[in-house]
Design a protein around this ligand. Structure first.
Ligand SMILES: Cc1cc2nc3c(=O)[nH]c(=O)nc-3n(C[C@H](O)[C@H](O)[C@H](O)COP(=O)(O)OP(=O)(O)OC[C@H]3O[C@@H](n4cnc5c(N)ncnc54)[C@H](O)[C@@H]3O)c2cc1C
Length: 505
């Protein structure tokens, strides 16, 4: 590269900061424009009274140095400096008859648990456990994106993946609900139906169990604040710059290439390349005015293949009580269903406590978080805009119902509450501009499997996209990896030899 090219990145979520860091490593001059006053995007935390609410991380993937995801993090942040908590059990599910199923992280313990609780389902259990064992041997070939692979690379991928293709195909064609319907034992059936997303192919839901079995999943003490903070610091130290409170209003184009961006306050910033690491729909239809669309974009935003994930609320409760004797994450049946919105009524709740993280609450106190579904995101968005008192009343109604359910289940809740905070899809839209206010982007379905990442739009030069909307799904490790992959693509297009380390000068 003769002269260092200037890249403007829209959005300082993990995707934007990862892309910025990898581009800096490769000699590009980058600046990020972020609409909020802080970095992190959805990887956010906030303080309420004495409690630090981790509004994101339940589990972080890519924490084992022996596994393929680890370098994507470790090239940017010092993973060894993070104090990770590994959980013996990912979650437990309690049904209405007092039965409890543990989803142990270790596959041998999980098998023992399932067989002892549901011996009549031995055949299905062996199939399920066998699948985890088989996929635990798979090393996903993720070091390069498809777009930069040579023929030799592609042959190597085919060779690596060949032993798993039939298995993948089979379990992409079975949804969790279909698998659950084959089980005879009501407690195990309920556990699979409740802890796994019903419509999702079993293949997608089993992968987190595979990563847990490989000790590749944990919780970082310090949570979302720690991870976003480390990503920001590393990016700044690499020479990058973040402009906060700088919402991009327009991507400036000249003919068929990008020239820069215009902010909401009218400021114009020129550059050689624009990378969108913020909401994808907004970039295509608002920032670019819908003038540039190719087949992949139309399939994603105008077709039937891609559907956005079901939205949730985020109810955080601060207790003046130690909750650490309770499993870290419990799904439990509730006798009195909770009406959330016209598309959602909850018959169960899922509660996570953060007692393993001293940053979350003072000693002896506990932070709990629940994520009841809220499928009618437009209702929450419109209610907040049109009638704030009613919006607040609705949030309180749901918080009260959740507290009542917790009281019934655990006892000693109501008298110990010090803090209640409810976020809705409207909250996520407001703070991160994600169009449907969901926690991640697309539903992972059989139809979206293997669909190309929308890194570029045909017909528009010097414009790229990354992050959860450009890929087929979200998740922290995924968007961090995308920063690396995007940089490899840009390097190829610009004739730069890619590195994933800081170049010595
Ligand atoms: C409640 C919750 C729980 C989750 N749990 C987990 C978990 O346990 N593990 C896991 O791996 N993942 C989890 N996720 C998902 C994960 O947080 C996201 O997939 C990931 O953070 C998305 O990163 P991103 O950078 O692609 O997008 P975002 O985080 O949305 O970042 C986009 C950024 O762009 C900014 N922006 C938007 N529009 C503009 C504009 N016009 N101009 C300037 N800036 C703009 C936004 O403010 C934001 O900072 C969770 C998410 C939520 C909300």
């Amino acid at each position: 590269m003769k002269q260092k090219k200037k890249v403007i990145i829209i959005g300082a979520g993990l995707a934007g900061m990862s892309a910025g860091s990898y581009l800096q490593m490769n000699g590009f001059r980058t600046e990020i424009f972020e609409s909020y006053r802080m970095s992190g995007g959805l990887c956010a935390s906030w303080k309420r009274k004495d409690f630090n609410i981790d509004g994101c991380i339940h589990f972080m993937e890519g924490v084992s140095p022996n596994e393929v995801f680890y370098p994507f993090w470790n090239n940017i942040i010092d993973m060894k400096s993070i104090d990770f908590v590994f959980f013996e059990s990912h979650s437990v599910v309690d049904d209405s008859n007092g039965n409890r199923i543990h989803f142990y992280s270790d596959v041998d313990k999980l098998e023992e648990e399932f067989l002892s609780k549901a011996p009549e389902d031995k055949k299905q259990i062996k199939e399920f456990i066998g699948l985890i064992r088989k996929l635990s041997r798979m090393r996903l070939p993720l070091n390069k994106p498809f777009e930069v692979m040579t023929i030799a690379d592609k042959l190597k991928v085919a060779y690596t993946m060949f032993p798993y293709l039939r298995t993948m195909r089979k379990y992409l064609n079975i949804t969790n609900l279909e698998f659950a319907s084959r089980l005879k034992n009501p407690a195990l059936k309920y556990a699979i139906e409740t802890a796994f997303v019903g419509h999702q192919p079993l293949f997608y839901s089993i992968m987190p169990l595979v990563w847990r079995n490989k000790k590749d999943t944990a919780y970082p003490k310090g949570g979302a604040a720690l991870i976003s903070g480390m990503m920001e610091q590393s990016y700044i130290e690499s020479g990058g710059k973040i402009h906060f409170k700088s919402r991009v209003k327009r991507i400036i184009t000249n003919g068929n290439s990008t020239r820069g961006i215009e902010l909401e306050n009218g400021d114009v910033h020129e550059c050689d390349i624009v990378v969108n690491a913020a909401d994808g729909r907004t970039a295509v239809y608002d920032l670019l005015g819908g003038k540039f669309k190719d087949r992949n974009i139309i399939e994603r935003y105008e077709g039937e293949t891609f559907k956005t994930i079901d939205k949730t609320l985020y109810v955080a409760i601060g207790l003046n009580r130690d909750f650490s004797d309770v499993p870290r994450k419990i799904y439990f049946h509730i006798d009195k269903p909770i009406y959330i919105d016209k598309l959602t009524t909850m018959n169960y709740l899922e509660v996570t406590h953060y007692c393993d993280d001293p940053h979350s609450a003072a000693e002896g106190k506990s932070l709990l978080a629940l994520m009841p579904e809220a499928k009618d995101w437009e209702y929450w968005h419109e209610l907040r805009q049109s009638n704030k008192p009613e919006y607040r009343k609705e949030k309180k109604r749901i918080a009260d119902a959740v507290i009542e359910a917790l009281e019934q289940k655990f006892g000693n809740i109501k008298d110990f509450i010090e803090m209640v905070d409810v976020a809705t899809p409207a909250t996520y839209i407001r703070y991160t501009n994600n169009w449907t206010g969901g926690q991640i982007s697309w539903k992972a379905t059989k139809k979206t499997f293997g669909k190309p990442t929308t890194w570029e739009i045909k017909g528009l030069k010097d414009f790229y996209m990354t992050g959860q909307w450009a890929g087929t799904s979200g998740g922290l490790v995924n968007v961090v990896m995308m920063g690396n992959h995007l940089t490899q693509i840009i390097c190829k297009n610009e004739g730069v030899t890619f590195t994933d380390h800081v170049k010595s000068i």
